[in-house]
Design a protein around this ligand. Structure first.
Ligand code: MG
Length: 367
């Protein structure tokens, strides 16, 4: 089996909700759909879902990186040989999102060609649905409470991730209000998105721990402040989740060695795809660290990949964020991913188990 063509299609799907975090706002889902055609007659689908403040890549960088730089190295490569696929791509440094889109498309193509699901390729699913939560951005307290009540009472989500890392007092007020509103029927996660110093983080999260039960604290301090992560992890009784601190397997090893967190947040987009993400998952499991499977608000294709990945990790015991389509106004899939009552259902069928609706792709394609 060989890769014949690699296409990168920029698409912009409007958000259904506003989406703000400590490190910046996200105006629209400006994503990239990837199609890899093979000589076996199957086409693999992939996706990149950039958040520029998070990884530095954008739709405008990803398309030419894939089409002008990665594609020429990939033509003729066997997509089932993921070592060769990544070796070819890694001739170019960085660009984890562009590589993730290609990696997902290779998995999809191979699954379709072999007549098996991506879960089977990843070692087999241990669950057929993923527990997912919703996020509450940094916003006015009243709106945060209204969002939380809608997510829990109307949409059935059982876990809230409250974004903090802004002004500590305003963060505290908002967190307490959301805990008062839904804390009795949803687990509470707090995501600092690198916004605090270690000192502020310890004070802030100790005050919140005194106020009520929280499930975890995510990325309280900047990604490179590993000593700060260690300090917060040591001080708090709640577990600390490393997100921005872990992109690569090497980052994960550093977190394990320096006890800089209790849990690792794996996002396919950070890792460079399913293949490198498996190395992080194996490393964490070997170190007895549980996982949370995060998301960069992927559309249906990327969400399907995240769901297959989460389904295959026995130690992914914390709520996942693989529910991007619930934040978007429309889907480019023929059959949307089922996200219901706090679960994302892993699509069945060969490969990722999803099909794109070409009319929708045309509608949302941008230049
Ligand atoms: Mg995070």
């Amino acid at each position: 089996m060989k890769i014949d063509t690699v296409r990168a299609i920029p698409v912009s799907v409007p958000f259904a909700v506003d989406f703000d975090v400590a490190s910046g706002g996200v105006p629209a889902a400006d994503h990239v759909l990837v199609e890899i055609e093979t000589d076996a007659g199957v086409t693999g689908l992939g996706e990149a879902s950039p958040m520029p403040f998070f990884t530095g890549e954008t739709q405008e960088t990803i398309v030419p990186v894939i089409e002008s730089h990665l594609a020429p190295k990939l033509l003729g490569v066997d997509p089932s040989n993921l070592h060769a696929v990544h070796e070819a791509m890694d001739e170019i440094a960085g660009n984890p999102l562009a590589k993730t889109a290609v990696d997902i498309a290779c998995h999809d193509a191979v699954g379709k060609a072999l007549g098996v699901s991506v879960s089977t390729l990843l070692g087999g699913a241990v669950r057929d649905r993923i527990t997912v939560g919703q996020s509450i951005g940094i916003k006015e307290t009243e709106r945060a409470v209204a969002d939380a009540e809608r997510y829990v009472d109307d949409d059935g989500f059982g876990s809230m991730k409250i974004k903090v890392g802004g002004d500590p007092e305003r963060d505290l007020e908002r967190v307490k209000a959301v805990m008062d509103a839904v804390g009795d029927r949803a687990s509470i996660r707090l995501d600092g998105n690198e916004g605090y110093t270690a000192d502020v983080a310890v004070k802030q999260f100790e005050a919140i721990e005194d106020y009520g039960d929280i499930l975890l604290v995510e990325q309280p301090v900047p990604r490179d402040d590993v000593p700060g992560m260690h300090e917060v992890t040591r001080a708090l009784s709640s577990p600390v989740l490393a997100d921005e601190s872990v992109f690569s397997p090497q980052d994960a090893l550093q977190v394990v060695r320096r006890r800089a967190a209790d849990i690792v947040n794996i996002k396919l987009m950070k890792a460079g795809g399913l293949f490198p993400a498996r190395r992080i998952a194996s490393l964490a499991r070997t170190a007895n660290m549980p996982l949370a499977i995060g998301s960069m608000v992927e559309m249906g294709v990327g969400t399907a990949a995240g769901a297959h990945f989460a389904a295959c990790q026995p130690h992914a015991t914390y709520p996942s964020d693989v529910k991007g389509p619930s934040l978007l106004d429309d889907t480019i899939l023929k059959e949307p991913i089922r996200i219901e009552d706090g679960y994302t259902y892993v699509p069945s069928g060969n490969g990722l188990g999803v099909e794109i609706d070409s009319k929708k792709v045309e509608r949302y394609q941008v230049d």
